[in-house]
Design a protein around this ligand. Structure first.
Ligand SMILES: Cc1cc2nc3c(=O)[nH]c(=O)nc-3n(C[C@H](O)[C@H](O)[C@H](O)COP(=O)(O)O)c2cc1C
Length: 348
């Protein structure tokens, strides 16, 4: 037991990272059964689906983490949307579709009172957030049922802010991490650093436990993070090819190919920087494209291109999310992956 396992109620201070779009409760259940904290990402789940997945997790009787984004939805910007659709128009022409026939839509919803209503019936032990924390009244609802609250920090300033605003532990998300960057105080990516630079500085600044995330792919990585003062680790990419993840076949193939040695931050798929393996659209439009509508509004216009090409077996317009270290991706059960990572803890 250490400070983090006491908070989380798990055998290991190890969190299977919530990964919206590539998993449901199945991955969380398998990782949880092996002693980690399994996570259910809810950013893309409608209330009915959330309820169904929460029921599966609750039935295990083990602690689990439920994860939400907590961005402020942007005002739709007609001019920006039009510029973006013009940039995508040639790709629509190529597949014989009309870019202007695509309905706009959010793609991802922030945590809300409606989501809290669904959660309240289950009272999950842990609730984690990405992009800061929800408004104080909403956070108070979560805390009222005794949930442990976690959130990601990409800088020391964000870690201090999260501690001051009620986080019970802070995830230090290094720049290596796959998926969306969790920043919320500044959009300046030059402020962000790798896990080994970020973790000790956050650890020195905070009283609450600190969880290292980004680039940790095996037991040696776990051991290194713990040696640098982490109270625990959160691992995402290494679970992407697990039997229980819902990662597509083409995404799995990219992760297990030499292509995964190169990742880039890109705004093309959602409007916020997220790390993935470069593909055709990233190469041709430029991965960090300012023209993309604000998060999460960029999601709508690229979705039909993704769907079209995925049917042809191509990931040219798909987000191939990956951290910088995909070496831990293997086709195995999440329990085996968890046990392998846990070897890095040694006696706690
Ligand atoms: C495919 C994918 C999807 C992700 N989706 C989420 C998410 O929905 N919520 C979240 O808090 N973090 C998300 N993340 C980020 C992880 O929480 C974590 O920071 C990251 O996976 C750690 O780095 P690693 O991928 O190198 O292990 C995602 C990461 C990946 C790879």
């Amino acid at each position: 037991m250490n400070r983090l396992t006491s908070l989380l109620g798990t055998r290991w201070p190890l969190i299977q990272a919530p990964m919206a779009g590539v998993q449901d409760a199945g991955l969380a259940i398998a990782a949880g059964a092996a002693g980690a904290l399994g996570s259910l990402p809810c950013a893309m789940l409608a209330p009915e689906a959330m309820q169904r997945e929460l029921r599966r997790l609750a039935d295990t009787g083990r602690p689990y983490n439920v994860n939400f984004f907590c961005h402020t939805p942007p005002q739709p910007d007609g001019a920006r949307e039009a510029t973006w659709r013009t940039a995508l128009a040639p790709y629509y022409a190529e597949i014989g579709q009309d870019v202007n026939a695509v309905p706009a839509g959010p793609g991802r919803l922030p945590f809300s009172d409606a989501a809290a209503d669904v959660l309240e019936a289950f009272k999950p032990r842990v609730v984690s957030f990405h992009f800061g924390l929800p408004a104080p009244a909403l956070l108070a609802r979560v805390k009222a049922w005794g949930a442990v609250v976690l959130s990601s920090a990409t800088t020391v300033d964000e870690a201090l802010w999260l501690e001051a605003h009620g986080a019970d532990a802070v995830i230090a998300q290094g720049l290596e991490a796959g998926g969306h960057r969790g920043h919320f105080l500044s959009h300046d990516l030059t402020l962000q650093t790798g896990t080994f630079a970020l973790l000790p500085q956050i650890k020195a600044a905070l009283r609450v436990p600190v969880i290292a995330a980004g680039g940790i792919a095996d037991a040696a990585g776990v051991r290194a993070a713990m040696a640098l003062g982490a109270d625990g680790v959160q691992v995402g990419t290494a679970y992407l090819c697990s039997d229980e993840a819902t990662t597509s076949a083409l995404h799995r193939a990219a992760l297990r190919s030499p292509a995964s040695r190169h990742t880039q931050l890109t705004t093309l798929f959602t409007g916020r920087p997220a790390r993935g393996i470069p593909n055709r659209v990233m190469r041709e439009l430029g991965a960090l494209q300012n023209a993309a509508p604000a998060f999460p509004l960029a999601t709508a216009a690229i979705a039909p291109l993704r769907a079209h090409w995925e049917k042809q077996g191509k990931g040219d317009f798909s987000p191939l999310w990956s951290g910088q270290n995909a070496s831990g991706c293997r086709a195995a059960g999440a329990a085996a992956i968890t046990q392998e990572l846990a070897k890095g803890f040694g006696p706690i």
